[in-house]
Design a protein around this ligand. Structure first.
Ligand SMILES: Nc1ncnc2c1ncn2[C@@H]1O[C@H](COP(=O)(O)OP(=O)(O)OP(=O)(O)O)[C@@H](O)[C@H]1O
Ligand SMILES: [Mg+2]
Length: 306
């Protein structure tokens, strides 16, 4: 059963087409990163999926029907803007959200304390949220999202403002929710999060779907392979056929588009020619490199800003 389903989903603001013809589905228990440059439509997509914006065309559904507050799927949503509850305390707001999401008084209280303890906010439990630092406020808002174990987590840039320690804390916490079977839609521009937190990725480009699929398939389809060889001795005379670029003495890189098969043939060819290979590395591009290859040039000139 698909928890998230977008069919020809479009959203216009005036004459500006923020989302055009988006199609994808995410089954229960799976995890997806939504990636794209600023203004590419990520938040608009999330808002359409959760019924906070009415689509201009197409359909957005959660477990088979448009999302509304009466929906049977319990959603934990961390919005992009998080300025709410400034005058309340973390403890009060966490308990309130626990109650609103169906926990009894005792469980809402216990979970609130457990969360505050886990994220190191016990000392600030009764302070006004407005007196907390940016990252601390962020932790409170994530707590509101996670409390009562939602079926679907929709997180819009959850680690913005987190230091590396808190990023790790967030990762561990999220992993526990994924292990219990929660479905995850994560909006992020942190490419290491795509790698570490989700199995699938959706790239948006000017409001259009550029790629949707498994992480490994994104790497195969969107990323170049890089093959580097370190060696001693002379390269064979017919070296041109390998498209090797000697960057410095004893170190060469295979240029041009190539697959693992070509990399293996190169290695075999070098060994057969008597070259002593001291290091050999062939790898697919990581998501950082893929992001730059999709958006790099045009982002620099601003032409991708939707
Ligand atoms: N309520 C709105 N009214 C008019 N235009 C809007 C509205 N919301 C978004 N837009 C426009 O739609 C486009 C996509 O915005 P969106 O917030 O979805 O981008 P984003 O990918 O989430 O960007 P960021 O990475 O900066 O958060 C932008 O050009 C934005 O100006
Ligand atoms: Mg956004």
């Amino acid at each position: 059963m698909n928890v998230i389903n977008a069919q020809n989903l479009s959203k216009r603001f005036g004459t500006h087409e923020a989302l055009s013809d988006i199609n994808f589905a995410l089954p229960a228990g799976e995890s997806l990163s939504v990636v794209g440059p600023n203004g590419s439509g990520k938040t608009t997509l999330v808002r359409c999926l959760l019924g906070l914006l009415a689509p201009s065309g197409g359909l957005a559904s959660i477990s088979g029907k448009p999302y509304s507050s009466a929906h049977h799927v319990r959603v934990g949503y961390l919005p992009e803007e998080r300025g709410n509850f400034q005058r309340d305390s973390p403890l009060d707001v966490l308990r309130l959200f626990g109650r609103l999401r169906g926990l009894n008084h005792k469980d809402a209280s216990t979970r609130s304390y457990e969360y505050l303890e886990e994220v190191g906010l016990m000392r600030q439990a009764r302070s006004r949220i407005q007196t907390l630092s940016n990252g601390q406020q962020q932790k409170v808002h994530l707590g509101l999202t996670f409390i009562a174990d939602p079926d679907l987590l929709v997180l819009d840039e959850p680690t913005r403002g987190f230091d590396p320690v808190n990023q790790g804390l967030f990762r561990d916490h999220l992993q526990r929710h994924l292990q219990r079977g929660a479905t995850l839609l994560l909006v992020t521009n942190q490419m290491h999060e795509v790698e570490e937190l989700t199995k699938k990725v959706l790239f948006l480009r000017k409001g259009r779907l550029h790629f949707f699929g498994q992480n490994h398939s994104a790497k195969e389809h969107l990323g170049r392979r890089t093959t580097e060889v370190t060696y001693t001795g002379q390269l064979p005379k017919d070296i041109e056929r390998w498209n090797l670029n000697v960057r410095e003495p004893g170190k060469a890189v295979m240029e041009q588009e190539h697959g693992l098969h070509d990399a293996n043939r190169l290695l075999a060819g070098l060994l057969a020619a008597g070259v002593e290979v001291t290091d050999f590395n062939s790898r697919l591009a990581n998501f950082e490199e893929i992001f730059m290859s999709i958006y790099g040039d045009s982002a620099a000139t601003g032409s991708l800003v939707a």
